[in-house]
Design a protein around this ligand. Sequence first.
Ligand SMILES: *Cc1c(COP(=O)(O)O)cnc(C)c1O
Length: 408
Amino acid sequence: MACYVTHLESAIDGTHLAAGELQTMHKDRPLWVRYDLEAVASTFKKEMLLGREPTLWRYRELLPIADDQQIISLGEGMSPLLACTRLGKQLGLSDLWIKDESQLPTGSFKSRGMALAITMAHGFGVKRVALPSAGNAGGAAAAYGARAGIEAYVFMPADTPMINQYECVMGGAKTFVANGLINDCGRIVREGKERMGWFDLSTLKEPYRIEGKKTMGLELAEQFDWQLPDVILYPTGGGTGLIGMWKAFNELRAIGWLASDKRPRMVAVQSEGCCPIVTAFEKGDRFAELHQNAATIASGIRVPAAVGDFMILDAIRESGGCAIAVEESKIRNWMRTAMSQEGIAVCPEAAACVGAIEKLSASGWIKPNERTVIFNTGGAQKYVEAIRSDPRRIDLGQPVDWDWIEDV
Ligand SMILES: *Cc1c(COP(=O)(O)O)cnc(C)c1O
């Protein structure tokens, strides 16, 4: 099958780079993958999707793959898009949905990005990769690295959720925890490059993780029959998902697949404990400053500085969206609310989006009947520390007290 990639393009100054070789950044800023969208439009038809497997590879014409044999996959299925009537009602919305990314391999949407990044790196002959991770990216890199036979080095903050640390070790990655934050870990990866000869898989420091995460937007459009929702809430750390979805919507528009020109207002959600993008958005800036003393239980969005800050902020503004910070101390409650109302294992990051809706619905920024989608970027089960809540105990030496059981 043909590959429609034409070139890579610097996001900061538009410089073109060759797509046929291993690329990282340009002027220390990320690259876009560009396609011949006219050619895609003339050969790729919606009907073609009908016969294809329900995985992210069904959008193959909009992915940078030259040869199907090259694909490294763990079966990245389409994630369910679930109507949330009960939770919506509680938040004052009649058309609320959660796209549940927790059902992807490794329990988070990070597998979308890693499937593409590792597939491409492997195709270019990379034997060793390294990355800093706030949690799930490390687990996904370990898994896809193992699948591809690529050696992975993962550097994480020491207080990264336990499960993320264990999944890296069990996945065979050389795993390290450091007494700092993800940007400190990023420095180790940068400094070790020469000595260790590894390829830097950090968020947005190679061009293909965006392409993987873009498939969230493609899938969402297909699941809503090519009519995009009014508002998307996305828990934003490095921002790949938000940037990728916005790119997806623009590409779909360019190939004429959207039912109308309407695109969603993109909302970047952060915790007050770490909200560099919100601060920059409120100041009207295009670049964000380092958030000092970043702290939140939503580890995936504990990113004090993002190399793609301007790409996130551009997408939010172009879409007519906003960036909003929510109270750190309430995240656990929102998790519990969402899980108990809808049965969806909502991670702390997505729970922050529930908090954002509370605010935006109350202020009228989201109207009661607007179609609103939260991305549940990972499974609650990976956050043992955050979800710890002990059940009642039964003593088998005593007769069962049914009244007590019923009244609990
Ligand atoms: C990585 C991560 C995020 C943030 O994703 P970005 O696309 O890097 O902003 C949000 N939630 C979870 C669960 C994550 O693992």
